[in-house]
Design a protein around this ligand. Structure first.
Ligand code: ARG
Length: 258
């Protein structure tokens, strides 16, 4: 009896081995139940409402929301780093950050250093002036002694320098510093993107600030990505296309721009 059992057992084991040896494909490996979610590092500069600004000690805004929606599609966790605007492109180029998203305009100079995603928003350069000040029109900006405030490293800084001369342009680390300088008479106007200009004028209701009617230049905003990282570029463009198609992007913009 014992022997018969042993034989049966051996036969069963043999059968099992044969069964395993057939060429049924391996089932797809089950993913690691707790994979380390990869982090998507975004560099920005946080004085650019409604694209990026502080609500208490939290950075919020269109760019932050769009970046979170992209990170979600990529299965990544977003980490936002607030740095000087003129360090964003070089930081992305050096591989310190995965992407730069800061209401950043696509231009030739930057395209030499980084790639840009498809555009997700547009901006217009405008000029903020102060009641009773020297600048009442774009033409006045060319007058002797006029000082134009801008944020360092921005297209506003580039335009103002090219069109009115370096010596007339003063660069500030923060857009809010440029606006403070206009309020206290250190500069005569500030060249800045339209939505941030509106937000900053609205944030200073008693300062006699207003925006000149004449728009200066139209621009496309996009995400800066390291030139080596074409995989990320493609993934971000695919995510952006989906966010545009399903209305998420417009919904985020409408949440911040009334
Ligand atoms: N659109 C302008 C540029 O690209 C200004 C962007 C400033 N952005 C910021 N987050 N401060 O140069």
């Amino acid at each position: 009896m014992k022997k018969l059992f042993a034989v049966l057992l051996a036969a069963m084991m043999l059968l099992a081995m044969v069964a395993c040896g057939n060429d049924t494909p391996d089932p797809t490996p089950t993913p690691d139940p707790t994979p380390d979610t990869k982090t998507l590092y975004m560099a920005t500069e946080g004085t650019f409402p409604p694209y990026e600004y502080y609500d208490g000690d939290k950075l919020v805004g269109i760019d932050v929301d769009v970046a979170n929606a992209i990170a979600e599609k990529l299965g990544m966790k977003l980490e936002v780093v607030d740095i000087a605007f003129d360090s964003i492109v070089s930081g992305v180029q050096a591989g310190k950050y995965d992407m730069g998203m800061a209401g950043m305009t696509v231009n030739e100079e930057r395209l030499e250093k980084v790639n840009f995603s498809d555009s997700y928003a547009t901006g217009i350069q405008v000029v903020i002036v102060k009641e009773g000040g020297k600048v009442k029109s774009l033409d006045d900006m060319a007058a002797d002694g006029v000082v134009i405030g801008t944020q360092s490293g921005t297209t506003g800084f580039l335009f103002a320098s090219e069109d009115f001369g370096d010596e007339k342009v003063k660069g500030f680390a923060k857009t809010t510093d440029a606006v403070e300088a206009l309020k206290n008479g250190q500069v005569d106007c500030v060249m800045l993107d339209n939505e941030p200009a509106k937000a900053l004028v609205a944030a200073n209701p008693d300062a006699g600030l207003s925006i000149l009617d004449t728009a200066y230049a139209n621009e496309d905003y996009a995400i800066a990505i390291n030139k080596q990282n074409t995989d990320l570029l493609n993934q971000i463009n695919a995510a952006l296309a989906e966010l545009k198609a399903d209305g998420t992007l417009q919904g985020i913009i409408d949440k911040y721009i009334k």
